[in-house]
Unconditional design. Structure first.
Length: 131
């Protein structure tokens, strides 16, 4: 879970959070979670791997404005040999304001698809098992 405090510079001319900002928040939540699981991006790079986003599907359900306090919840809903599918929910209190469904692929540092390293598989399996 990643907490977000909406800042003024994230707003569009209409006073709502710009749609592109949501992608930053969802990305930060995944990066934070991987770090918490012990398989942060620097560690993966030292092992010779990187994660690349190959698809995103964001649904914007409610307007978000300056000062809102939000939480991003991230779950792994599918784990394959060289990719994973994530579902993320952005909430304001009990209200869902946006969702994101994302596929991430594992590559070597040159961008060639590779099987996920064991450390990443174990970490993501533990996450998907706990929901």
């Amino acid at each position: 879970m990643t907490r977000i405090h909406v800042r003024f510079h994230e707003l569009d001319p209409y006073g709502h959070v710009n749609h592109a900002v949501f992608l930053h928040w969802f990305e930060q939540a995944r990066v934070d979670l991987l770090e918490d699981l012990g398989v942060g991006l620097p560690r993966l790079a030292r092992l010779g791997f990187q994660l690349v986003v190959v698809r995103v599907d964001v649904r914007f359900l409610r307007a978000v404005v300056a000062g809102d306090e939000l939480v991003v919840h991230s779950d792994v809903v599918e784990l394959r040999r060289a990719s994973s599918r994530w579902h993320q929910t952005l909430t304001r209190g009990d209200e869902v304001v946006a969702t994101n469904d994302l596929r991430s692929a594992v590559t070597d540092l040159d961008g060639h698809p590779r099987r996920a390293p064991r450390a990443l598989v174990d970490a993501l399996e533990s996450l998907s098992a706990t929901g």
